[in-house]
Design a protein around this ligand. Structure first.
Ligand SMILES: Nc1ncnc2c1ncn2[C@@H]1O[C@H](COP(=O)(O)OP(=O)(O)OP(=O)(O)O)[C@@H](O)[C@H]1O
Length: 623
């Protein structure tokens, strides 16, 4: 019950949007349930009319309908019989065409009606559930987009996939099947039980006396199912993460012959999934025989009671049809708590996610930034990642518009952190970062980021055409703008040599594109953005010498007339910068021009020497 309440509370804002269809679904569920009761009436009526009078009138009338409302029941029955009499055949009387038609069509009509409302009920509930899940997934993705980088640093891809797909799928199953059964099946049980009670209250009570006992096994088993489902969600996340991890790093896996080792990891997960899956199946399927046995125990009582009290054949037939038609709904009702338990696991995880707040928030009255005019400044900025010491310490820096700034330093010195703060992926713990004199926390995040273009060593292309990939830099860019950007990035010629040109999907033809070509597409994306601030985060680090030369030419062109922040491990790429800052342990330890720093014989010169760059000859080994 608590599960139902919490799922309903969570789902109601979504369900409410489709109230009309939901109500139609509920109404159809009622009709479906009620239509089941009509089979008891049909059985009794047909048996009465088709049984020779000697058998059907073996008992006095008062005993034939031992219901509590015998007078009213008799009256209603008489009215119904007057209406249906000309339409239904009766034994030992001559058949008229209407009776033949009625005899042929009564059961098909009832079955058709029941089937149609059942179908329409499922259709309406699925119609609502599909839309609810679509809305929920969009809200979920909206929420994920709003969260800051610290959340993504902590989450695995498998976890995110589990939330977006698995948790919402469990809710979908619960809504389309669970909610639908929750209406149809109790109405069927109540409708049939009421019909039976009308006919014979004593016999009904006796036959249903074991039904309440099924609550206990249902409670125990649905708790087991919930536990198994929780574990299977965890293992499923592990499995998804592993698939992403292994196949996104397939080159390394193959190069290091890690396939057998990775297969062992997969095997471990799948063996655990098998064990959990079996526990879940045990919990779900064990409910069926328990429910069946307990409900059928009532049938034995019915048989003895009928023998003892000499009930007539139509009465007995209707009763047996009623009892049997209650098994499936009772069984389905027994399975509903399992759906709800599973959906509750998903809902709990989604509620937790929806409750998260981004650490980087945009103010409601954020200041727009239409163009970057003056400078980016860091004033005494200190920043630390969660649970770690400071990555930037009391850091101050001014980057005037038009400056080409190089950033050098040992690994872990804080270079990428500086770039992340410039893009406002994180907010400083103390100090202020300003753009054109505005604290970035006051600025519109979209406006601020649209002043920047990032080219990093991670070459990221989406599963779209080359034209669409380039246009991601400026949504809505025209074909001319896209081609101009590709030409500027020295990418046009190789794109045109592809069979589908700009309409090629890099994913499709990925193997035919070199690292340098893919990086030039990323540079074209930055070109089309035409942002005044260019951030280069080791853009050539993952390329070989030949590709580096090609890409560097494109970068040099992209950097013209822009403010550039360039992180480089290969110090040779910093020769043309206006100023280089050298970082160590979150601080600037040196700054100056390339030559000055080489002559200063400090950290930079040390780093340069390791790369074969010396003060006198400037560049020896590189480029
Ligand atoms: N997402 C993160 N979560 C926690 N700590 C991090 C994270 N990213 C970086 N760090 C830590 O912050 C410090 C600075 O890292 P940063 O990546 O800025 O250095 P870097 O100079 O760019 O290094 P590299 O040249 O290797 O990329 C390091 O101690 C690093 O371990």
């Amino acid at each position: 019950m608590n599960n139902l309440k919490s799922i309903f509370k969570f789902g109601w804002p979504y369900l409410r949007r489709y109230k009309g269809r939901l109500m139609a679904g509920i109404l159809l569920g009622f009709l479906f349930g009620a239509s089941n009761a009509s089979f008891i009436w049909a059985t009794k009526t047909l048996f009465t009319r088709l049984t020779p009078p000697a058998e059907s009138t073996a008992m006095p009338d008062s005993k034939k309908t031992p219901g509590i409302f015998s007078e009213q029941a008799k009256q209603i029955q008489q009215t119904v019989e007057t209406v249906v009499d000309p339409w239904l055949p009766r034994i030992n009387t001559e058949l008229k065409w209407r009776q033949i038609l009625g005899g042929l069509l009564l059961l098909p009509i009832l079955v058709f009606f029941r089937g149609s409302v059942g179908y329409l009920n499922s259709y309406c509930m699925a119609w609502v559930s599909e839309r609810v899940i679509k809305d929920l997934r969009l809200d979920l993705l909206h929420k994920l987009n709003s969260l800051s980088m610290d959340f993504f640093n902590k989450s695995t891809l498998g976890d995110l996939m589990g939330r977006v797909n698995g948790d919402t799928q469990a809710l979908y199953r619960c809504m389309s099947l669970g909610f639908s059964d929750l209406i149809k099946e109790p109405i069927t049980v109540v409708g049939v039980a009421a019909g039976l009670f009308w006919m014979d209250p004593k016999l009904t009570l006796l036959s249903l006396m074991f039904v309440p006992t099924i609550v206990i096994p249902i409670r125990i088993l649905s708790k087991k199912a919930k536990k198994a489902f929780k574990s299977s969600v965890q293992e499923g996340i592990g499995q998804d993460s592993l698939v992403v991890e292994v196949y996104s790093s397939i080159r390394v896996v193959k190069a290091f012959c890690l396939e057998p080792f990775q297969m062992q990891r997969f095997k471990g997960i799948y063996e655990r999934l098998v064990r959990i899956g079996m526990k879940s199946v045990q919990a779900k399927e064990l409910i069926n025989p328990i429910i069946e046995t307990l409900s059928v125990m009532g049938l034995g009582v019915v048989i003895i009671f009928i023998c003892k009290t000499h009930r007539d054949i139509p009465h007995m037939a209707a009763f047996l049809v009623g009892i049997i038609s209650m098994y499936t709904p009772i069984k389905k009702l027994g399975g509903i708590p399992v759906y709800f338990q599973q959906a509750n696991v998903g809902a709990e995880r989604l509620i937790q996610l929806f409750a998260l707040q981004p650490t980087v928030k945009e103010k409601v009255d954020a200041i727009p930034l239409k163009s970057f005019q003056k400078a980016i400044t860091f004033e005494n900025v200190t920043f630390a990642y969660e649970g770690k010491g400071p990555a930037l310490k009391n850091f101050s820096l001014t980057i005037p518009r038009g400056m080409k700034l190089g950033i050098a330093g040992e690994s872990g010195s804080g270079k990428s952190t500086l770039v992340s703060l410039t893009l406002r992926f994180y907010d400083p713990v103390s100090g202020v970062i300003k753009i054109d004199g505005h604290d970035v926390r006051e600025l519109s995040v979209t406006d601020m980021r649209s002043q920047m273009a990032l080219v990093s060593q991670d070459i990221v292309l989406f599963d779209q055409t080359i034209a669409e990939n380039i246009a991601n830099g400026k949504p809505g860019a025209s074909r001319e703008e896209i081609e101009a950007a590709a030409k500027a990035a020295y990418a046009h010629d190789f794109i045109m040599a592809l069979p589908k040109g700009y309409d090629t999907r890099p994913g499709e033809m990925g193997k035919n594109l070199s690292g340098g070509q893919k990086q030039r597409l990323c540079i074209a994306r930055a070109f089309v953005r035409n942002a005044p601030i260019l951030i280069l985060d080791e853009a050539t680090a993952s390329l070989d010498a030949k590709a580096e030369g090609e890409v560097q030419a494109a970068i040099d062109r992209l950097a013209e007339h822009r403010t550039v922040i360039c992180i480089a491990h290969r110090l040779s790429t910093l020769t043309n910068t206006d100023k280089i800052i050298v970082m160590d342990n979150g601080r600037i330890v040196e700054e100056g021009h390339f030559d000055e720093l080489l002559h200063a014989n400090g950290t930079f010169a040390n780093l340069a020497r390791k790369q074969g760059i010396h003060a006198k000859s400037k560049l020896v080994a590189q480029r």
